[in-house]
Design a protein around this ligand. Structure first.
Ligand code: ATP
Ligand code: MG
Length: 510
């Protein structure tokens, strides 16, 4: 039933769910209508993902009912929810990287013919994409796609299985501003065609831009459901967080020795295309150099070459005078380099492993934790406990797996661990992505502490406000090139924006 029907598409009634005795959801009511985009907001750990996992058949509620299109349901597996028309795109993608787009869309789809040629898969995929008005090269392998394209494949995968209620868990956390705009258009289009979309986000601007109604969760309790029209960002923020902690940052002009030096650095991306062109950069001890730019302009590759995770085509990179390009990742870590990676889940953690192991992921081999070949267990546990406490990770114990943490809590753990590891240099890629307002301020405060302690910080962020807030100097990156470097005092928002959009300094100053 779609269109003008006043009937809700999905309803959660008095849903409760606890993990190990801790309530993640406490008698939550939630109702979504056909043809609406419903924003679901709340701080890290508020219960957003848990609620949607229950609607999508991944978890079972301890109490309460799930009603789909007027019929009470008891999902015992995601397949049951999909049969009832509910599909979810997760915070972290679940595509099979070495396979093509067409293969991923057809994988495990009951309608996929048993024996099928690549040609047929590709034709079917192309037909479905044009029906949906969303396009990605069906022959491309997943690992070759941008994150935005991967997300489109995830959405297509779910829609191909007949989802009428689409749940998107923080879909824009990984997207560039342009990709996010494209996603909003897709989401509005799907709602206009009668579907329901549940849209989880921390970004209040997005709530206001894309949703018809919104629900705020706070510590497992529903605060409010209301029409978006007439709501203000300030009001939603207050409902989510109580008070916002403010951060004031004093910018510095630092002279003296450089900790990190890049000279004429060029490197390729995963697709073999030049992603860094002749990059020169210097970061001094005790300063934050912010890299401003739209994601996908070489920032990922920049962080990777510095941490020795990617080969150079030419040029040199030195940390405290030591040539890191020829070193192993471990040797670079031993120099005192910390890296908060963009892809925290793929690169920063082992989800199936307990927090205590994740806490020492990069330094378990050091003397502090191992004697000979054995890992000193008590030391590791104590260290992990201190880390969890310092990072304010919400968890029952350090024996819980990283996969059991909420997305934001996973991130806090990685950010704090890497900040601790960074004695000389911290490379922080989008350190506050996916964090709620207060958690983001905590991570920023951690980064500022490192700077004040004399560490050099390279901050990569596609949030220009964050770059302007945090950086002592700012470099703009566009298509793998440094377009200019500015002292914080001279940085002009509009001018930086023009450079980020590909204007040359000459064009931008006109
Ligand atoms: N599988 C699990 N095992 C144990 N605890 C869990 C599990 N999943 C979630 N939790 C806990 O339930 C609470 C709610 O988590 P949830 O993932 O729903 O939060 P969220 O609102 O999606 O947060 P974020 O914005 O950080 O993604 C958290 O305290 C989290 O640690
Ligand atoms: Mg979540």
């Amino acid at each position: 039933m779609t269109g003008d029907s006043p009937q809700p598409s999905v309803e959660a009634r008095a849903i409760s769910k606890a993990f190990g005795g801790v309530a993640a959801l406490d008698a939550v009511d939630f109702e979504v209508r056909w043809s609406e985009v419903h924003a679901l907001v709340g701080e890290n750990g508020a219960g957003k993902t848990t609620l949607c996992n229950i609607l999508a058949g991944i978890y079972r509620a301890d109490a309460g009912q799930v009603i789909v299109d007027g019929v009470e349901r008891d999902f015992r597996a995601p397949a049951h929810a999909i049969d009832a028309g509910i599909g979810m795109v997760h915070q972290h993608f679940r595509l099979v990287e070495p396979m093509t787009v067409a293969e991923n869309i057809h994988l495990g789809w009951p309608e996929t013919p048993g024996v099928v040629s690549q040609r047929t898969l590709i034709d079917r995929t192309e037909r479905f994409m044009s029906e949906m008005g969303m396009h990605v090269d069906p022959t491309a392998k997943i690992w070759q796609l941008s994150v935005g394209e991967q997300q489109r494949v995830e959405i297509l995968r779910v829609l191909a299985r007949g989802a009428r209620v689409l749940i998107l868990d923080e879909p824009t956390a990984v997207l560039t501003a342009k990709e996010a705009e494209e996603l909003f258009a897709v989401v509005r289009e799907l709602a206009a065609s009668g579907l329901s979309v549940i849209f989880i986000t921390h970004k209040l601007r997005e709530v206001l831009a894309v949703s018809d109604r919104l629900t705020v969760l706070r510590q497992g309790i529903r605060e409010i459901t209301r029409p978006t029209e007439g709501a203000t960002a300030g009001e939603i923020a207050r409902l989510m967080t109580g008070e916002e902690r403010l951060l004031s940052v004093e910018h510095r002009v630092v002279t003296g020795e450089s900790t990190l030096e890049l000279r004429g650095v060029s490197a390729l991306n995963d697709r073999g295309i030049t992603a860094l062109h002749n990059v020169d950069l210097t970061v001094r001890a005790g300063e934050i150099l912010g890299i401003a730019g739209v994601s996908g302009n070489g920032q990922t590759e920049l962080a990777e070459v510095i941490c020795s995770l990617r080969d150079l085509q030419s040029g040199s990179i030195a940390v405290d005078g030591a040539d890191v390009a020829s070193m192993s990742v471990r040797a670079v870590t031993d120099l005192g380099v910390g890296h908060i990676p963009e892809d925290r889940i793929g690169m920063g953690m082992v989800l199936s492993a307990p927090l205590k192991n994740n806490a020492v992921l990069h330094n378990y081999w050091t003397e502090a934790f191992s004697q000979g070949l054995t890992l000193d267990r008590q030391e590791v546990i104590d260290f992990a406990k201190r880390l969890v406490e310092a990072a304010r990770v919400q968890t029952r114990s350090v024996f819980a797996t990283a996969g059991q943490l909420s997305g934001g809590n996973q991130q806090r753990l990685v950010a704090r661990r890497e900040a601790l590891a960074a004695d000389r240099l911290l490379v922080a890629a989008h350190p506050t992505r996916g964090l709620d307002v207060n958690a983001a301020q905590e991570v920023r405060a951690t980064v500022l502490d490192k700077r004040d302690g004399g560490c050099a910080v390279l901050l990569i962020s596609d949030d220009l406000d964050e770059v302007l807030l945090m950086s002592d100097r700012i470099a703009v990156m566009y298509e793998g090139r440094i377009m200019g470097v500015f002292d914080a005092a001279d940085a002009d928002r509009e001018y930086l924006g023009l450079l980020m959009g590909g204007h040359t300094p000459a064009e931008a100053s006109r």
